[in-house]
Write a protein that binds this ligand. Structure first.
Ligand code: UDX
Ligand code: UDX
Length: 484
């Protein structure tokens, strides 16, 4: 069906996306690229972020994603625009995507578990205030089941308070399944697109946009609540697989089984599949923990305590995995890391992104700093200021660098630009993110500068043992134990 087959009020020309983050920015860039007939305004309250999206140098976009620079380069200033002009963009829009962050609540009812919906609510109020005519409102943010009902009720009550009979709204859920690091290819070639809603014409208007580059068989239509729950469920299932394999990684280390061999053996079973079976330091990222906490909270609110406990255990294994790696490092270095230098390779929660939200590196580094280690941290994409923020100033080198007494006590970190420097005078180097550059390290050369007995802790299975030559260095690999 082509755009012209729809009733006029469902013909989409102008789109507004509120939230220029890791989801809103790449998603809108790909829609703009695939649908040159649409005008897309991405708006955000964060002026600096918008300036970065508008920077002439495409290497300075606020998000690092392979291929993003090219898509933005093709579309920006033509049919894709970034601004802070929220009201004006909503006014023009036939369709508004809400793609703002929904962090876990840190206070009040549901603190530590429920999602904080204050940003979503304020967006809904803005839409109700500024929208003109008929507007399709789309939940792109991951939201608790039944949030669409809240959005609808806000839109309608604000609309009624303006006594505006011209305005009307349809609300859809259209969760995003992109993974960071592969966002552009995921958006161009998704496994499926999910649209939940009750308003058939609105659903088809959105489906019609995706049909510009995705076959209709991959566009699934469901009711609103199924769509909202499917997003939480998909993330919970993926996280559960990571916790399952991580739990077995510890089992392997105790028994002499090898987690890589086990992953391969079980992954070849078609019913299980080979994805998400890589043992590691625990899952990170903005979604898995938040969405499972949300599922736990919703389950408990529904009186389903056993369901809540089941999903909570996925998070418990994840925390345990991070703690156990830190404890392994301390015990291997004779139970004492005070004032010992340790190199950290990787701070992002996975490779190919500059995102470090909930990265296992944060908790592992904090625990090592608590033990008064001196960390030399390298990451090719996460900026030094972000690492400092994540580890909080009390552990930063900045205040202490001229203060010999504090330095003597250890418990601080420096950010290194060169990988090699993380090895100088270090007792151990810990690989926490699977960046390509860590796979081609000149081990023989770099490890010469370490303090014996020196250790490489490979928590991501980055090292190919046949390439690893070193006279005085030992390797510990996750799920495989000590190698030499
Ligand atoms: C997304 C989803 O929206 C979230 O629900 C999901 O769980 C994770 O992915 P993400 O794009 O990663 O979030 O968030 P973030 O990078 O923090 O971007 C959100 C943007 O919204 C920020 O730039 C923030 O400034 C902006 N924002 C927030 C607004 O413009 N207005 C608001 O009222 C609140
Ligand atoms: C996830 C979902 O994959 C995506 O569909 C959803 O939209 C957002 O949340 P993301 O968090 O960007 O995407 O990355 P993902 O590739 O899922 O990895 C999440 C974490 O799990 C990372 O820390 C990663 O290192 C870890 N992981 C993943 C493993 O430890 N082992 C694996 O086998 C796979």
């Amino acid at each position: 069906m082509v755009q012209g087959d729809y009733p006029k009020r469902f013909m989409i020309k102008n789109i507004c996306c509120i939230g220029a983050g890791y989801v809103g920015g790449p998603t809108m860039s790909v829609i703009a690229d695939r649908c040159p007939h649409l005008n897309i305004n991405v708006v955000d309250l964060n002026k600096k972020r918008i300036e970065a999206w508008n920077s002439k140098d495409l290497n300075k976009l606020p998000i690092f994603e392979p291929g993003l620079d090219e898509v933005v380069g093709n579309t920006r200033g033509k049919n894709l625009f970034f601004s802070t002009n929220v009201g004006e963009s909503i006014k023009k829009a036939d369709m508004v995507f809400i793609s703002v962050n929904t962090p876990t609540k840190s206070r009040g009812i549901g603190s530590g578990e429920a999602s904080d919906l204050s940003w979503v609510e304020s967006c809904a109020r803005d839409v109700a205030k500024y929208a003109e005519g008929h507007t399709i409102v789309i939940e792109k943010s991951t939201l608790p089941v039944k949030t669409a009902a809240t959005i609808k009720s806000i839109l309608n009550s604000v609309k009624n308070s303006f006594k505006d009979t011209e305005k009307s709204f349809a609300v859809l859920s259209n969760p995003e399944f992109l993974a960071e690091g592969t966002a552009i290819s995921d958006l161009k070639n998704p496994d499926r697109v999910l649209i939940g809603g009750e308003d058939h014409d609105a659903i088809e208007a959105l489906a019609n946009i995706y049909k510009s580059w995705i076959v209709d068989e991959k566009i699934i239509r469901t009711n609103l609540w199924s769509s909202e729950l499917s997003k939480l469920a998909a993330n919970a299932f993926l996280a559960q697989r990571v916790s399952s394999i991580n739990s077995l990684s510890a089992f392997c280390e105790e028994t002499g089984a090898n987690i890589y061999e086990v992953s391969k053996a079980i992954g070849l079973d078609n019913r299980i599949g080979d994805k998400f079976l890589k043992a590691g330091p625990g899952f990170g990222g903005s979604c898995f923990k938040k969405d499972i906490l949300n599922l736990v909270y919703l389950s408990r609110s529904l009186g389903l305590d056993e369901v809540a406990d089941y999903w909570e255990s996925v998070l418990q294994i994840n925390n345990w995995q991070q703690k156990r790696i830190y404890k392994k490092i301390v015990s291997t270095l004779f139970g004492n890391i005070s004032n010992k230098q340790i190199g950290i390779l990787g701070f992002a929660f996975k490779s190919n992104t500059n995102d470090f939200r909930e990265s296992p590196a944060i908790s592992i580094c904090r625990d090592l700093l608590e033990e008064r280690a001196i960390l030399k941290i390298h990451d090719p994409k996460v900026e030094a200021k972000d690492i400092e923020k994540a580890l909080e100033n009390e552990f930063s080198d900045i205040d202490n660098c001229n203060n010999k007494k504090s330095r003597d006590q250890g418990g601080y970190f420096v950010v290194e630009k060169e990988i090699e420097k993380t090895f100088y005078n270090s007792h151990a180097v810990v690989i926490l993110t699977e960046w390509e550059e860590y796979k081609i390290i000149d081990w023989e050369n770099f490890t010469k500068n370490m303090i014996a007995p020196s250790w490489i802790f490979d928590t991501r299975n980055v090292i190919d043992e046949s390439d690893f030559k070193s006279n005085n260095c030992n390797i510990w690999k996750i799920g495989n134990g000590i190698k030499n």
